[in-house]
Design a protein around this ligand. Structure first.
Ligand SMILES: [Zn+2]
Length: 314
């Protein structure tokens, strides 16, 4: 039986049950007052216009569904279709375009486009532990590969092949954990790249790059910096190479070329978040399709909390 034949992808009631179980493992939580104790479920009723999944909080007397405060809240389509979209974006290696979602889910293209970006936002990983440890041990230096690539075209720039007209991405790969982290940058000056490397890699690590001058100064601040000289056709020297990060770029570029043809620079970081997320939660690292989907949905909650905390602080 394929995952997609499960009821939460076809039946609205099952979709609400699934999302409630995933987001409220200890029972419903009121998004208005945080109450948990006295929450009642109101039975859906079309004639009385009672929405699916409606709950009422005995503490603050307000009503809510599990969608409140999540990326699903304001989208105008049934929840079971949105869960299908999450599943499709999580399980296909190259991702799925808004056009495909529009056809498969039978919703308007614009609706599909907005939903896809909402799901990408849920996939965006927040502040994570820096790369370069071994088995999560601080102080033990692992290997981190760093490399940059070009994609598409900067907005407003002529259609030339020259690389400075293209959008630029720097990616880091932690060899020990097999995870990747990608950042969109405006240029490839050492002062632009330096803070990204510093914030994301521990000093005890060994940095592997090509001979690009971008990495020379910052490389010297790590336990070790090993370089392969691509201009002299040297790509591998023992364990020294940047093949892992280059392999990641090729998956990303194939996906972007085949599926996401007109990606604006303002959206590139979300597409990268999507590809990073799938790479970091891949089957090879022990993450099943089902677990990956649950992690995405949990990312939705994480975003909600971040939003609340920052709005409280303001
Ligand atoms: Zn309440």
């Amino acid at each position: 039986m394929s995952v997609l034949s499960q009821p939460q992808f076809h039946c609205e009631e099952a979709a609400f049950d699934w999302l409630e179980k995933t987001l409220w493992p200890q029972g419903p939580v009121c998004p208005h007052c945080g109450g948990m104790g006295r929450i009642g479920k109101i039975k859906a009723n079309k004639e009385a216009r009672v929405r699916m999944g409606l709950h009422k909080c005995g503490d603050c007397k307000k009503q809510f569904t599990v969608k409140v405060g999540t990326v699903f809240e304001h989208a105008r389509m049934p929840l079971h279709k949105m869960l299908q979209a999450v599943h499709l974006m999580c399980s296909s290696k190259k991702g799925i375009s808004a056009h495909q979602l529009h056809r498969v889910l039978e919703v308007q293209y614009k609706t599909a486009w907005f939903l896809a970006h909402r799901i990408r936002e849920a996939m965006r990983e927040g502040a994570l532990a820096p790369f370069g440890g071994v088995d999560g041990m601080p102080g033990a230096g692992g290997i981190v590969e760093a490399d940059e690539t070009f994609i598409g075209r900067e907005p407003g720039k002529p259609k030339k092949r020259a690389f400075h007209h293209k959008m630029k991405v720097v990616s880091l790969v932690d060899r020990d954990s097999g995870k990747v982290r990608s950042v969109v940058v405006d240029d490839l000056k050492p002062e632009t790249i330096r803070p990204i490397i510093e914030e994301n890699i521990i000093k005890e690590a060994t940095l592997h790059t090509d001979e690009s001058a971008i990495y020379t100064k910052i490389g010297a601040t790590f336990a070790d910096h090993q370089v392969t000289t691509h201009s002299a056709k040297e790509y591998v020297r023992g364990i020294v190479h940047t093949n892992t990060v280059e392999g990641y770029f090729s998956v990303f570029k194939r996906g972007m070329k085949g599926i996401y043809q007109h990606c604006g620079k303002q959206h590139l970081h979300r597409y990268l978040a999507e590809f990073d997320f799938r790479h970091n939660n891949r089957v090879k690292l022990g993450v099943s399709d089902v677990a990956r989907m649950e992690r995405t949905v949990n990312g939705i909650v994480g975003k909600r909390l971040t939003y609340r905390q920052s709005s409280n602080a303001a």
